[in-house]
Design a protein around this ligand. Structure first.
Ligand code: UDP
Length: 484
């Protein structure tokens, strides 16, 4: 046994974001002498996903030769009427179980597989781990608050009979959290007849079956939801495995050259620039882009804005204009002259920069010139903002971002809400008022001060002896103990 390689196997759900996040976790453990193998499935329901994943895997394995990748063969998917890509991912993962079993069995013959770590869409894989007697862990990449809502979700489901989409802003009550308006639940959970809803319900109910849950948060950020979980009040029946908070863990940029927007930021005064960026999938209509542009122009602040092409037309899913239905790995480059108001770029040239499609966000948020962030509230964006000490305006779009917004605005008070986000039509005047206020008003100053205190706490959690550092050590000790 001792001559065998001690191996951790990571199994992310399809999609680049999931892969990148779990690999970042794996890198934490490489330093402790484990071999790390990553098993991937291609999102066959998304155009271009397979080749994009290949490129990313190639880059990751060149950067970290000690990571090994195993790609599962494609499976054919049954018809699924849900407009949400998550429903297709659930089918894909369930049908991939036999392939996962084969890969894990073969890895177990040449190494000592100490743990299977899956992301939270992959709870079917817990059965495979159980069959082979391998301990299994969920890597939960969002807040502890949203983990409470998901653990508690089966209880809420059995209490009410209506779909959330029919409940408007009626408050849903989850232990230890501020009330969450029903309309702020993630889009795939709004309609209880949808296959995606049924899939989530099933997977939420299985989260407690893992041997542990590893989360990308830290104890001092979310003491209340973490206590609810530790006290057994989150899931029906009270059974929840130990939660290990190892965050904030953020993704290191994979690009070699420095992006031009960072050079531009070098020329701007300290804490003077508002950064607007909406995740890997956030995209606005042409009309909304024009409203944002008008608001930015009128507010008079310096800005760095990542503009993406408007989404291709598709059936409306829900009020709010969320864009979660289909993943597009490579949307076309935006035509800025057509999308933005005539003369906008010229008039704001001295104080603003518009970047097409993608900016190195984590680095931007750590740049001294950045003083505010208008964000879609994706959890990675939140963590990057915290580590940069940058206060936020919350404009949630899809996934669990509306719930994150509730946490950020109501509980942590690290952000203010962009009014009108829920209708999908935010007026220029609102953008103007929020951006100016964030940079100049007393409330903006208060958020900045709170954010700075949270940033310091986050650094402490990661430092030697800090809570997240200790949680990683605990996991390492637990896995090492399996082989001794
Ligand atoms: N991101 C980036 N540049 C962009 C847009 C996104 O670097 O122009 C990165 C961002 O730094 C974060 C990730 O993509 O690490 C987005 O993750 P998040 O959880 O915030 O949102 P999601 O894309 O999953 O909705």
């Amino acid at each position: 046994m001792s001559s065998e390689k001690e191996t951790l196997v990571l199994y992310p759900s399809p999609g680049m974001g999931h892969l990148v996040a779990i690999v970042e976790l794996g890198k934490l453990f490489l330093g402790h002498g484990f071999a790390v193998s990553v098993v991937t499935v291609d999102a066959t329901y998304t155009t271009g996903a397979a080749s994009a994943t290949s490129t990313l895997i190639h880059r990751m394995s060149s950067a970290h030769p000690s990571l090994t990748f195993h790609r599962l063969p494609a499976v054919s998917l049954p018809p699924n009427s849900s407009p949400h890509h998550e429903a297709h991912a659930f089918d894909l993962l369930r049908l991939s179980n036999p392939h996962l079993l084969r890969v894990l069995s073969s890895l177990s013959q040449t190494s000592s597989v100490l743990a299977l770590i899956v992301d939270f869409f992959c709870t079917d894989a817990l059965d495979v781990a159980a069959e082979l007697g391998i301990p299994s862990y969920i890597f939960y990449t969002s807040s502890a608050a949203s983990l409470v809502t998901f653990l508690h979700f089966p209880a809420i489901h059995s209490k009410i009979t209506a779909s959330f989409k029919d409940l408007g802003d009626s408050p849903l009550r989850f232990p230890g959290l501020p009330p969450i308006p029903a309309r702020d639940m993630p889009l795939p959970l709004l309609d209880r007849e949808d296959e995606a809803y049924k899939g989530f319900l099933f997977h939420f109910g299985r989260l407690p079956n893992a041997d542990g849950i590893i989360t990308n948060t830290w104890i001092s950020l979310e003491p209340k939801p973490l206590k609810v979980i530790a006290d057994g009040l989150a899931a029906p029946g009270g059974k929840v495995p130990q939660v290990y908070c190892v965050g904030p863990l953020i993704t290191k940029s994979h690009t070699e050259s420095r992006h031009e927007c960072l050079h531009w930021l070098d020329t701007q005064p300290r804490r003077s620039v508002v950064f607007l960026c909406f995740g890997s999938l956030g995209a606005f209509s042409a009309k909304q882009l024009k409203e944002i542009a008008t608001g930015l122009e009128k507010c008079g602040q310096r800005f760095l804005w990542v503009v993406r092409s408007p989404p291709a037309p598709k059936p409306a899913l829900a009020p709010g204009g969320g864009e979660s239905a289909k993943l597009t790995e490579a949307p076309p480059e935006p035509e800025l002259d057509e999308l933005l108001p005539p003369g906008f770029l010229e008039r704001t040239r001295e104080r603003g920069m518009v970047v097409k499609s993608w900016a190195p966000q984590a680095e931007v948020l750590r740049h001294a010139a950045v003083g505010g962030f208008v964000t879609h509230c994706g959890w990675n964006s939140v963590l990057e903002s915290v580590l940069g000490g940058v206060p936020m305006v919350a404009w949630p779009l899809y996934a669990e971002q509306r719930m994150n917004k509730v946490l950020l605005v109501e509980e942590l008070r690290l952000a203010v809400e962009m009014r009108g986000y829920e209708t999908g039509a935010v007026a220029a005047a609102e953008v103007e008022e929020r951006v100016r206020g964030l940079m100049e008003a007393e409330w903006g100053k208060e958020i900045r001060e709170r954010m700075e205190a949270v940033r310091v706490e986050a650094e402490k959690a990661l430092a030697e002896g800090g809570s997240s550092y200790v949680a990683v050590k605990e996991l390492v000790a637990k896995w090492k103990a399996i082989t001794t």
